[in-house]
Design a binder for this molecule. Structure first.
Ligand SMILES: Nc1nc2c(ncn2[C@@H]2O[C@H](COP(=O)(O)OP(=O)(O)OP(=O)(O)O)[C@@H](O)[C@H]2O)c(=O)[nH]1
Ligand SMILES: [Mg+2]
Length: 343
């Protein structure tokens, strides 16, 4: 799961990257992408460690990618944004400090994303039109025609400033569109980066569009606070009367915005979280662990972490008949601990 940090120059992306991953962005690489991982917090681990005393604990993680800042004059931005095609989701960093103009920046970003996508679509239209002129079998022509119709729809959407949503396309069209990895089609969230001495963070969250998940954070302050011992941090925040944001909340929001969720496996050898798409099935969960588990899937045994923690042992959970057998198409729920039977 790759999550790209995007925004204009100096918006605080590299500071955010450092806060979330603990890795300082290398200035020498500031013109290219840099990535590091952040573990996804799992509050149930403490209780599960008590129960299993596992040899190993492994967190599922997200990969966070720091990217070069976009230019405020918008020159060259489509090429910079093209580097983010591989990202599964975008975290858009908008500054509200040092006289920034967030409303203008939000509008400019929409434009830049649309231009970057339009460039891809127009190039593809040109290429397919060219191919379609060649003498090829009728079935090939039909394929090209179908793609061109889809491309024109996308172009109209982008040119009108209203990029098409997936559900406005047929499944076959969606398949074509996915191949382009358009920026306007990626899941998005916004982090509003406030000044170090800002006391009312929430007021800025109104800046985001209604469909974009948003959180306001004083990123530089948090990155600095992170270097302090916890007691010192508490004293400092009290003295300065400043709010602070838990990093865990931000990472969870990023995971959620990216359309993924976690499930658990637990035993004496290891307790571990894994990623699966929201709405994923037991079969998807098995595949996340190993393709063989999915191929030879027989059934899943599912325990709710909450039941296990409340009752204190697997034996007690079994005695209460709370371990369920589930088939391939069972939908993964938050807090599910899986054990797979496979051949
Ligand atoms: N006041 C204030 N300054 C910040 C904050 N976050 C970052 N800065 C400052 O803004 C400047 C740019 O921060 P970076 O994190 O390097 O920004 P960036 O988005 O990575 O910049 P580019 O990579 O050049 O696009 C630095 O001087 C930071 O100290 C913040 O929350 N408040
Ligand atoms: Mg940077």
């Amino acid at each position: 799961m790759k999550i790209g940090l995007v925004g204009y120059q100096g918006s605080g992306k590299s500071t955010l990257f450092q806060w979330l991953t603990g890795v300082a962005a290398d200035l020498a690489l500031s013109h290219s992408l840099q990535s590091a991982t952040a573990p996804i917090p799992e509050q149930r681990f403490d209780a599960l460690i008590e129960i299993y005393k596992p040899k190993k604990i492994t967190y599922a993680s997200i990969e966070i990618v720091d990217t070069p800042g976009l230019a405020r004059d918008q020159q060259g931005n489509p090429a910079r944004l093209a580097q983010l095609r591989e990202a599964d989701a975008l975290v858009w960093v908008v500054p509200v400090f040092d006289g920034s103009d967030p409303a203008k920046e939000i509008g400019a970003f929409q434009e830049d994303t649309i231009l970057a996508d339009l460039e891809i679509i127009l190039n593809r239209i040109e290429k397919v039109t060219e191919q379609n002129k060649r003498p090829v079998p009728k079935s090939e022509h039909e394929k090209f025609e179908f793609e061109l119709v889809t491309l024109e729809l996308l172009r109209e959407g982008l040119e009108s400033g209203q990029p098409l949503k997936e559900d406005q396309l047929t499944p076959e069209q969606q398949r074509i569109v996915r191949g382009f990895r358009l920026l306007s089609g990626k899941p998005r969230m916004m982090i509003i980066n406030t000044a170090d001495d800002e006391t009312d963070l929430k007021q800025y969250e109104k800046l985001a569009m209604p469909e974009v998940p948003v959180i306001a954070v004083s990123v530089r302050l948090e990155a600095e606070l992170d270097k302090m011992p916890p007691e010192e941090k508490t004293v400092f925040l009290n003295e300065m009367q400043l709010p602070s944001t838990d990093k865990k909340i931000v990472i969870k929001m990023m995971l959620d915005a990216s359309g993924q969720m976690t499930f658990l496996t637990a035993g004496e050898k290891e307790i571990r979280t894994w990623l699966v798409p929201k709405g994923g099935t037991a079969l998807d969960a098995a595949a996340a662990i190993h393709t063989d588990m999915a191929k030879g899937f027989i059934r899943a045994e599912v325990t709710k972490a909450e039941d296990l923690i409340r009752l204190g042992s697997e034996r007690a959970v079994k005695a209460e008949n709370l371990i369920r057998r589930e088939p391939k198409d069972y939908l993964v729920q938050d807090g599910d601990i899986f054990l797979f039977h496979f051949s």
